[in-house]
Design a protein around this ligand. Structure first.
Ligand code: ATP
Ligand code: MG
Length: 356
């Protein structure tokens, strides 16, 4: 219990740009479900820099650490571009991931009925997509050392990075991949580049070892180049994909464009105990901030993921997802999907569909 900290209307942890607009709608939807949730808010991002001098103030981090789950809007603010790196809004989300030990990023991709025209794929191909990408977030070439720039003996500028994983990091994400597949259709595809990379050979070995604990899950392996091709050729073959930080970054963006608008796609970042941070995959969209034009559905669907993965409220999560599907099937569209419905009105529609 937070005993009344924060305003509870999505202004603060909503962050920058359209963050507050969309988080406010997700909070309305959660409130309408009357689940007895206790909300507290704290400032983050460029907004926090302005009011507290830092994009991730200690009070915000402390509150996030005490919460059972975090619903996050977006950070990013063109006015902060000139600041030194540690003070830029984006550092807030990186800091939250690091400090809270959020090692896994889950991104579902599913085509909602009636939205085939929003996909980059042919309707019959897009219609078959219902997959979950489980991406490792803390290792890989993003953080491996040594890394840097230098000049070769021939006087050429050279850049280098180190791709590395240890077996504990791989086992941790592999287990989450198997658990996720178990809760879905029971099929896990591990994506790597084991024909070329040492890291990937270890990855494949460890995932195969962990598979012995999950005899009910069907494991396959795929090279990342083939996976990229199969995602557009026959995406219906995938249930759950588990992969490293770099390949997951690329494949999850690719998968998202296979099912349509950036304004529709949620994500979860989880720690080892199932606590998580939930946010839309889109950014702060400063071009449409505060204009009642943002699509709140990605954030509303992120709230549903939060109920399922961190709060043990899978039934309520399914109710939200069904309400969103019904609203989209009815033809309601925000501007990103070619419609005219505003942010708050979309929230109204979802709340009405919950009651239906
Ligand atoms: P950031 O730096 O915060 O990531 P960005 O501008 O790079 O911001 P996005 O915020 O993801 O990236 O926005 C990309 C484009 O998509 C923008 O034109 C934006 O208006 C649009 N967009 C993003 N999210 C939404 C949304 N929820 N509803 C409607 N349009 C959106
Ligand atoms: Mg962006």
């Amino acid at each position: 219990p937070f005993s009344g900290e924060g305003a509870g209307a999505g202004r603060d942890i909503g962050g920058d740009g359209i963050g507050p607009d969309v988080v406010a709608q997700a909070v309305r939807v959660l409130t309408a479900l009357d689940l007895g949730l206790d909300f507290a808010e704290a400032p983050v991002g460029g907004h926090a820099y302005r009011v507290a001098g830092h994009p991730l103030p200690p009070e915000t981090l402390a509150l996030a650490a005490r919460a059972d789950a975090i619903l996050f809007g977006a950070v990013g603010d063109p006015d902060c571009d000139g600041l030194e790196r540690q003070l830029r809004p984006e550092q807030a989300i990186l800091g939250l991931r690091r400090e809270l030990g959020l090692f896994a990023n889950l991104r579902p991709a599913r085509l909602f009925p009636g939205l085939a025209d929003a996909s980059a794929l042919r309707p019959e191909v897009a219609g078959a997509i219902d997959l979950m990408i489980v991406r490792e977030l803390t290792g890989d070439v993003y953080f491996g050392t040594p890394r840097g720039r230098r000049t070769t003996a021939d006087g050429l500028r050279e850049g280098f990075d180190t791709m590395r994983y240890d077996e504990a990091e791989i086992a941790r994400i592999a287990r989450l991949g198997f658990e996720t597949a178990r809760g879905r259709r029971g099929r896990l595809c591990s994506v790597d580049k084991a024909n070329v990379l040492e890291t990937s050979q270890l990855w494949r070995d460890v995932v195969t070892e962990i598979a012995a604990e999950y005899s009910d899950v069907a494991l396959t392996h795929m090279y990342v180049d083939n996976a990229a091709m199969q995602l557009v050729r026959a995406p219906g073959q995938f249930d759950t994909i588990v992969t490293g930080n770099l390949f997951g970054d690329i494949l999850s963006d690719q998968a998202s464009m296979c099912v349509g608008s950036i304004g529709l796609l949620p994500s979860a970042s989880l720690d080892a105990a199932g606590k998580g941070l939930y946010e839309p995959i889109h950014g702060s969209a400063p071009d449409i901030a505060g204009q009642d034009r943002a699509n709140p559905l990605a954030t509303i669907l992120s709230a549903a993921m939060m109920l399922r993965h961190s709060l043990g409220l899978a039934d309520a999560a399914a109710r939200i997802e069904a309400a969103v599907a019904a609203v989209l099937a009815s033809g309601a569209r925000t501007a990103d999907l070619g419609g005219t419905i505003g942010t708050a009105a979309m929230g109204d529609r979802v709340i009405a569909a919950l009651a239906a």
